[in-house]
Ligand binder design. Structure first.
Ligand code: FMN
Length: 257
């Protein structure tokens, strides 16, 4: 057993998602800010939560309309994610400065960021004051998904979306290669897994008997009903260019989330 240190400082639940929240007030003013305290809270009905400090402009907008959109950013948007989390909307027009393409929402009156491959539209059900932050619990009323991430069966391949996570003050790229699949540890038949997962299991000296090769390319959805945006095409073509994006990423440890 490793020796453990009794750490009492703060919540050290890491890593967490980092997302861009868009909102629009009753006068039609739009805003965007960065949130890391977010999570799924219910499957049926689909619900998620965000924790927001009352002093944020976004707090004011969301409370006014009880609507917001969660936009999942890619690794090449990391600098914009950080910027939207350190500049207040009362002083800066972050949407214009970041040159985001805003698309009208379909289920709520809040626009989503087209450069983000996935956007989730939410209606606030309840607000619970907790202390520094208020917890906004919301129903998911619709989502926009980049069509290039969907396969023939309608499965969303998040691993190909180049998403980022936030871990103790720093941003990280999500690994493309899964370590396992839901339920693979108890599967009777071998579950298809990529070579990378096999080698990790070998390295860790864990059970590889339930693992088989997944060498064939996944069939992609052709002629689907989803409209492919220019942003998503651009994203795919520039994915390789951004392999070293971590080198360029500014990472600031913030105490004020
Ligand atoms: C990585 C990161 C995560 C953050 N997470 C949260 C959060 O979960 N809740 C929150 O209220 N503020 C969070 N912030 C701070 C706000 O995004 C920041 O104060 C922002 O400027 C508020 O914008 P607004 O005043 O335009 O709404 C975070 C900032 C960063 C950089």
């Amino acid at each position: 057993m490793n020796e453990k240190v009794d750490f009492k400082g703060s919540v050290i639940l890491n890593p967490v998602p980092v997302v861009l929240i868009t909102s629009k007030n009753k006068e039609g003013k739009e805003n965007v800010f960065t949130v890391a305290w977010t999570g799924t809270v219910c499957t049926k009905p689909p619900m998620l939560s965000i924790s927001v400090r009352p002093e944020r402009l976004s707090y004011e907008y969301i409370k006014e309309t009880m609507e917001f959109t969660v936009n999942l950013p890619t690794s090449k948007m990391t600098k914009a994610v950080d910027y939207c989390g350190v500049r207040p909307g009362r002083k800066f027009d972050k949407i214009q400065e970041m040159n985001f393409t805003m698309k009208e929402g379909t289920n709520i009156n809040v626009p989503y960021i087209d450069e983000c491959p996935i956007s989730i539209e939410c209606k606030v059900k309840s607000i619970i004051p907790l202390g520094t932050h208020d917890l906004f619990i919301a129903d998911v009323v619709g989502s926009h998904v980049d069509s290039t991430l969907m396969d023939e069966k309608g499965k969303i391949h998040f691993e190909e979306a180049d998403l980022i996570t936030y871990c103790h003050g720093e941003y990280f790229k999500m690994d493309k290669h899964p370590l396992g699949k839901f339920g693979y540890s108890i599967a009777k038949k071998p579950i298809a897994m990529k070579d990378s997962a096999k080698s990790i299991e070998k390295e860790n000296n864990t059970d590889t008997t339930k693992v088989k090769d997944l060498s064939k390319d996944r069939p992609r959805k052709k002629n689907n009903n989803y409209k492919s945006s220019n942003a998503s095409k651009k994203r795919n073509s520039s994915n390789n260019k951004h392999k070293n994006s971590r080198k360029n990423t500014t990472s600031t440890r913030r105490k004020t989330k």
